[in-house]
Design a protein around this ligand. Sequence first.
Ligand code: GDP
Ligand code: GDP
Length: 460
Amino acid sequence: MSFTLAIVGRPNVGKSTLFNRLVGKRLALVDDQPGVTRDLREGQGRLGDLRFIVVDSAGLELVDDDSLQGRMRRLTERAVDEADVCLFVIDARVGVTAADEYFAEILRKRSKHVILAANKAEGRAGEAGAMEAWSLGLGEPLRISAEHGEGMDDLYRILVPLAEEFEAQNIQQAPETDVAVSDDDESNAEDWRPSIHKPLQVAVIGRPNAGKSTLINKIIGEDRLLTGPEAGITRDSISVTTEFMGTPVRIFDTAGMRKKARVTDKVEKLSVADGLRAVRFAEVVVVLLDVGIPFEQQDLRIADFAETEGRAVVVAANKWDLEEEKPQKLNELREAFERLLPQLKGAPLVTVSARTGKGLDRLHNAILKAHEVWNRRVPTARLNQWLGAMTEAHPPPAPGGRRIRLRYMTQVKTRPPAFVVMATHTDKIPDSYQRYLINGLRVDFDMPGTPIRLTFRDQG
Ligand code: GDP
Ligand code: GDP
């Protein structure tokens, strides 16, 4: 499966850095590549299990100023024409510039598939710039950090369905379709985003011996496992695609699915690290606890990581068959969950027995629900009605007599849901007020089991 990805954007946004990250050491020397011109670098790109050709249009800085715009245009147009997908990069720290708008215009007209990436978005520095990128009319900006390797999992997730599409085209040997130039700016950007009809990506993580492989094998069923785990996303992780009660799921696991016979301390540490890596590629993370020793330090760390990474989380207490005092134990678990993992407030807690298969239906339903909430979009009108009611019930403080005004609110992304509130004096808004709003959103819009992001944007 192969396709060509062009990295385009104005100088200095981080194209080369991204190119190097995708290509790694597999950079093909420009001169060795027939058909590759001086200005466009080309290499073998790799992201998880995807293989593709990357074209970098950097090098624009080298040309003299008066011809810059013309050359920029020609070069970009060529990259676009040679590529199946364009990765359009802007600098999230700088925000949208006139040059970015110029590029966006070319891409909207000329490219079938554009992925908009706001680079240098590590930490919180790029938040405002990434928001601004919505204005380019190319759909949802992907936040990445080429330098730190952040956001590569999201990029992967966007590329997978595209890669499948290109592969299907190749198999059918369909005649080359003309470049479909659409004047309808935003429609293209949405078509190819991952949809829920794709297998739902689930990672099962937990301490060694929690029962991960027993659970996964139960879900897969013996027959399917015989077809063998596929080498996965990273060297150390494995994924299988299967059906879980009629829902196509791709399950990421690491050490769990491999043959056992390895219980040294070293391997145990490794398997947890692998598990953490699998989280990045998952949509829903199942944190599997051994009900005999629940919520130990390692479990907490894993669950916290899943939340920080913005994944939908389901907590499953395994080996429930061994439990004799079930109602009492369940209460204990609920209490411990609330106390030890307040950041996952509202996430579903289900009991299962991987050995007997009891409770798998509950787990299935919890995964679907968490995934649905994670993808949910709340209409802007409803949000603003809600914001009005919330600020009325409990107005924000007036530090030094100056009122903080929360003017307007919108949901800027899903997976997980993220909201921006336009406000005045944002630096003065206390964390407790932010928590008040987040908890309110969770309750009023019924969004359990998903991290909710809420940021304030200063409107003077
Ligand atoms: P190009 O001209 O678009 O190819 O940009 P480069 O890849 O040469 O990057 C321009 C500058 O931005 C360099 O100093 C990079 O180190 C820096 N840069 C690239 N990616 C990132 C990132 O993700 N975060 C930060 N903070 N800096 C980055
Ligand atoms: P992993 O290291 O997380 O993959 O754990 P395994 O799946 O290898 O399970 C560890 C041990 O717990 C094995 O001896 C399993 O048979 C046992 N086990 C797993 N799930 C259950 C369960 O639901 N009930 C009981 N009683 N034992 C289980």
